[in-house]
Design a protein around this ligand. Structure first.
Ligand SMILES: Cc1ncc(COP(=O)(O)O)c(C=O)c1O
Length: 389
């Protein structure tokens, strides 16, 4: 039997505390970027162990400002994986640079020092690694394989709460590390993002570039300053800042991360206990049940050969049964925007891109929801196999 209500692959979890916090800010008379945002930045810095945090209106903006601050521009190349969301590559393109797609390690589903090294050229100005699904990739070996002038940026849109092998949180590496607080992320404020970093001067530059390159932020200009306000712009900036309304939600969501982390682990464990008996040869992203994994996405890989149901058939069958299965991601390099057929082949990315499937996981899901996914998957497979046979 079909599930009554559609289960999205990622659904935020808001409590009365978030509602109270946003009400407090609405009543305060100031809803732009201000004191709540600064507190959120401090608290996020403590959570990810980063000396500096600069919030933005999205992770897309965080990536763009990070590359801009490093001086990426026309003629430059930026290496990134193809199995990612478009923002990873588009940040480079918006600056006139060319994204150069690298292959992935079939175990982690992420770029590695080897796959990145294969794409290095004298034009490489930056590398963006993606902690896909919330699996923390070690930046050390990648940094060691890069010339000193090449920036290493971490796209941690999925990885709030993930930890590197030494137990330190993603965000603490000193690289420009970009987080997303988009609607379905582990910490959701509707929209939003942040760059975590260590260098104070770069943080000041990022902050300014995201606020029209103003010498001081709007809150200071509007609030109780008694000095004469004047400024002469020297740089062309952008309007990409966060707001106190979002930060008020974010501060509560940050405190609830351990609860969310535990819930995600419970859901993933239930899938792990049940799926392999239905799909022989099923593979998972590495470390999906490890405590260091942020489990933003529950990624499975259907067998390379011998499985009677195609990935797309299974995806549609699940959607028809109100299970929000999804694909993260269709590889970018084969899309027309990025060159399509003219792009060099990326064998692992292409093989994995055709077999990868995301099953719903979120801090809003109950164990009964997870069980519904298991039951519906089993029934969908049976029905599909019957049709095929
Ligand atoms: C890997 C990755 N990078 C960047 C982004 C962009 O995040 P935002 O929607 O906050 O701009 C996303 C969004 O889903 C993402 O999945």
């Amino acid at each position: 039997m079909m599930r009554d209500e559609y289960l999205p692959f990622g659904k935020p979890n808001f409590s009365d505390d978030e509602i109270a916090a946003i009400t407090r800010v609405l009543r305060s008379g100031w809803v732009g970027m201000g004191p709540e945002t600064l507190e959120f930045e401090k608290e996020l810095g403590a959570f990810v162990q980063a000396p500096q945090v600069v919030t933005t209106n999205s992770c897309t903006s965080a990536l763009f400002l990070s590359l801009l601050a490093h001086g990426v521009g026309p003629g430059d190349e930026v290496i990134c994986p193809s199995l990612t969301w478009c923002s990873t590559a588009n940040a480079a393109m918006h600056l006139g640079a060319r994204p150069v797609f690298c292959d992935i390690d079939p175990d982690t589903l992420c770029a590695s020092a080897e796959t990145i090294g294969a794409k290095l050229s004298p034009r490489t100005k930056a590398v963006v690694i993606v902690h896909l699904g919330g699996l923390a990739i070690e930046p050390g070996p990648i940094r060691d394989a890069l010339p000193a002038h090449v920036a290493l940026v971490e796209d941690a849109a999925h990885a709030l709460g993930a930890r590197y092998a030494d137990g330190r949180p993603v965000g603490s590496s000193g690289n420009l590390t970009c987080f997303s607080f988009y609607a379905n992320k582990n910490l959701s404020t509707g929209e939003g993002g942040a760059v975590a970093l260590s260098d104070e001067e770069t943080a000041a530059r990022l902050r300014s570039l995201g606020q029209n390159a103003m010498p001081s932020d709007a809150w200071k200009r509007y609030s109780h300053s008694k000095s004469l306000l004047s400024f002469a712009l020297t740089d062309l900036g952008y309007k990409m800042n966060y707001t106190d309304l979002q930060a008020a939600i974010g501060r509560i969501q940050l405190r609830r991360q351990p609860e969310f982390h535990a819930r995600r682990l419970k859901i993933a464990t239930h899938y792990h206990e049940n799926l392999p008996r239905m799909i022989s040869g099923l593979r998972f992203q590495r470390d999906l049940l490890d405590t260091d994994h942020a489990r933003h996405l529950y990624l499975i890989l259907l067998p390379r050969t011998g499985f009677p149901v195609s990935r797309d058939r299974l995806l549609l069958a699940l959607r028809n049964r109100n299970i929000g299965a999804s694909i993260h991601y269709p590889p970018l390099h084969r899309m027309p925007l990025y060159g399509g057929a003219d792009q060099p082949a990326l064998p692992e990315t292409e093989s994995i891109g055709a077999r990868i499937l995301t099953l719903p996981i979120s801090a809003s899901m109950s164990l009964a929801d997870a069980d519904a996914v298991v039951v519906q998957t089993e029934q969908a497979l049976r029905a599909e196999e019957r049709v095929i046979v």
